[in-house]
Design a protein around this ligand. Sequence first.
Ligand code: SF4
Ligand code: SF4
Length: 281
Amino acid sequence: MSLSILYRGVLSSCNYDCPYCPFAKRKDTRATMATDKQQVERFVQFVQQQKDIEFKLFFTPWGEGLIRKHYQQALVDLSKMPNVQKVAIQTNLSCALGWLQKANKDKIALWATYHPGQVSRRAFLDKCKQLDALGVMYSVGIVGFKETIEEIELMRTLLPQERYLWVNALKKQADYYSKAERERLVAVDPYVPYNMVYHKSEGKACRTGHTVISVDGDGNIYRCHFIKEKLGNIYEGALNTILKPRLCTNTTCGCHIGYVHMNDLNLYDVYKGRELERVAE
Ligand code: SF4
Ligand code: SF4
């Protein structure tokens, strides 16, 4: 059996200060960090024990996890397990990268977001170069504020041509982008139109709850991060009694980490097994 798990624990803090983010410069208490560490370690142990499941794992923390040693260690350990096909994490790429030397680099992938204003272009690109030298797979992404489009275009010219650069579109305000701005973003990221809309999802087939699940620090299972109906707990029951094909019960789905799993959109054909870390060709 193959299963993708999106893991999000109790950590909700970040070393960056993005003005639009609820986790900006937020600090977790020592107790919360200790709980997070213990829960991540338990999750790693769980994966190790499920010898008959082939996992694709994706850490999607609120805030920044990769500056914490226990996330680095989890990625290293998971990358070496024979039943783990892939382990990925969302990160602002601010951490030192030497720890990756200890990992099985063929199985690690990073969803790296560049936050202009929080880090210099040069420093971010230097981290990308280090990942290239290490041979670690990653995508680079940027939030598509209108005022950032020029920076996005510049970043496109500075990254190696084969490195996919995705854009997270602003879509709460209808017609946020002019036609020209939209075209500029599409020229950078041919798949950004998928991110510019809320996909009508109610009643449509979505792989979550079947071959993809979301798990929290306590092991509670949800089909995805956006539907908070608990399906079970990975530490309590057999997974195969829970997993089955399901239709979406939300009206729409607007995040890559959700809609990429909708059957109708055929995005697995675009990402070719790298849908979690958002790497396209
Ligand atoms: S890096 Fe990410 S988590 Fe941290 S403040 Fe910025 S948007 Fe929020
Ligand atoms: S379409 Fe989105 S909201 Fe609906 S089940 Fe799939 S991931 Fe969840």
